[in-house]
Ligand binder design. Structure first.
Ligand SMILES: [Zn+2]
Length: 111
């Protein structure tokens, strides 16, 4: 491996560990051609700056799509399994009601 790249990843890992984070290396191969949403390959030349997927209809910036592919690969690597499609978190009602009298506005005096 290239020595300066090796030093960079060592430094990055060191800083990440100190911050309680994890560094995951992923293959950059095909990140500009892969659709992050459906996973299909969408060939485009370097001059094409937009990712328009004919398979799922995704239409976003080329680099924006690539960043999601990199994130997805990293998370898959970290979790050791395929990810389900990005879905919003399940929402539930609050476990109990909070009465208005227990809510104290910022700056108000407590009695
Ligand atoms: Zn797609």
């Amino acid at each position: 491996m290239d020595s300066s790249w090796n030093k960079f990843t060592q430094f990055l890992s060191y800083k990440a560990e100190r911050a309680g984070k994890t560094v995951v290396e992923v293959s950059p191969r095909g990140t500009t051609q892969e659709c992050y949403k459906c996973g299909k390959e969408v060939e485009k030349s370097l001059a094409v700056r937009t990712h328009k997927c004919p398979h799922c209809g995704l239409d976003i910036g080329r680099n924006y799509n690539s960043s999601f592919v990199v994130l997805k690969r990293g998370l898959e690597e970290l979790l050791g399994q395929g990810l389900p499609e990005f879905t919003p978190a399940e929402t539930e009602p609050l476990p109990r009601k909070i009465s208005a009298s227990s809510v104290v506005e910022t700056g108000s005096s407590l009695r």
